[in-house]
Design a protein around this ligand. Structure first.
Ligand code: GFB
Length: 311
């Protein structure tokens, strides 16, 4: 490991989100001081506030887990917000970190940065080799800009800025709003409500044939802390489970975990999105990291959290 977090001041931007929350839990065992700032305290879209907060709090390391995120419908409904907010927050935090002399910054993106028709599993060097998936191109462009920002600051100023690209994530603290959420929390909530109502059917968006890779958020946080300590180079690193499945198989698995035994009905009027986005896991595996939580176990833990926190 080349960078130790022990005794360091570590800022988790976006600690109320699913990834940020998982990072705060994971960092508890690193012997560091974790810094957080609520939205009322720090608006990352505000350049002056961001510069002043970072200068005053002097973090040694920053995990940039703050982002405007959402599922397939939210991405296609709010293209301006997804592009603008993600661009501006990343730019503000990168420049604030440079000005304050922050030792290390990790920028985060998503597997949707890759071309829609990228060969599978998707290697890191598939970036910018073809057109993006239209439903999430706005978010993808912002996240590609984030990678470039990190690499350009490394090249010009010698900043130790790195980028990680997690696959589709789910877990504790996820967004369960049916209009804006990702597929796992949406289907979990639908299955739960269908079970309680004694409904005969559950509606799955799209055709059910797209394939997706999923990683439990706490496994993702573990990988991000690992990379913060072990990785220092230009170019992003894929963070995934290395396995994918069809949305209809995922739907069946979620229904099993929740205990809903009715019929699954497809709604092809809703978008499928990209047909497949399984990322190559080799770069991270070669460094010595692999995930611990199976999809079934992660779904069970997520459902447990949902039951305890759904109010
Ligand atoms: O998770 P999701 O919204 O986003 O949808 P993406 C994944 C797949 O699940 C799509 C299907 O094929 C959806 O049509 N699906 C089935 C559902 N039922 C549902 C449902 O009830 N709700 C939702 N939301 N989907 C996002 C990108 O893409 O993934 C982001 O838009 C980001 O930019 C994120 O990359 C990780 O996997 O298609």
């Amino acid at each position: 490991m080349s960078y130790s977090l022990e005794g360091k001041r570590v800022f988790v931007a976006g600690h109320r989100g699913m990834v940020g929350g998982a990072l705060v839990r994971r960092l508890a065992s690193e012997g560091c001081e974790v810094l957080t700032a609520g939205r009322g305290q720090l608006d990352l879209t505000d350049q002056r506030q961001t510069f002043d907060w970072v200068a005053a709090n002097k973090p040694d390391a920053i995990f940039m887990a703050a982002a405007k995120v959402g599922g397939i419908l939210a991405n296609s409904s709010y293209p301006g917000q997804f592009l603008y907010k993600n661009l501006i927050m990343q730019a503000n935090i990168a420049e604030a970190a440079r000005l304050a002399g922050t030792e290390k910054l990790m920028l985060l993106g998503s597997s949707c940065i890759y071309p829609k028709m990228a060969p599978q599993p998707i290697e890191e060097d598939a970036l910018l080799t073809g057109p993006l998936e239209p439903t999430n191109q706005w978010y993808a462009i912002a996240k590609i800009a984030g990678i470039m920002l990190g690499d350009s600051y490394r090249a010009e100023y010698g900043c130790d800025f790195i980028s990680a690209m997690p696959t589709n994530l789910y877990g504790i603290g996820d967004n369960f709003d049916l209009e804006t959420s990702h597929v796992v929390p949406a289907l979990m909530r639908k299955a739960h409500e269908a079970k309680l109502a004694g409904a005969k059917q559950l509606v799955m968006w799209g055709t059910g044939t797209p394939r997706r890779e999923f990683l439990y958020a706490d496994d993702c946080a573990d990988a991000l802390v690992f990379l913060m300590k072990a990785y220092s180079a230009p170019g992003h690193v894929n963070v995934g489970s290395g396995e994918d499945l069809e949305i209809r198989e995922l739907t069946r698995l979620i229904c099993e975990v929740v205990g809903f035994e009715g019929e699954i009905v497809a709604d092809p009027t809703k978008p499928d999105g990209t047909p497949r986005k399984l990322m190559a896991a080799d770069k991270l595996r070669a460094m010595g990291w692999s995930p611990k939580t199976s999809l079934r176990d992660g779904l069970a833990k997520t459902y447990e959290w949902f039951l305890a926190n759904r109010a």
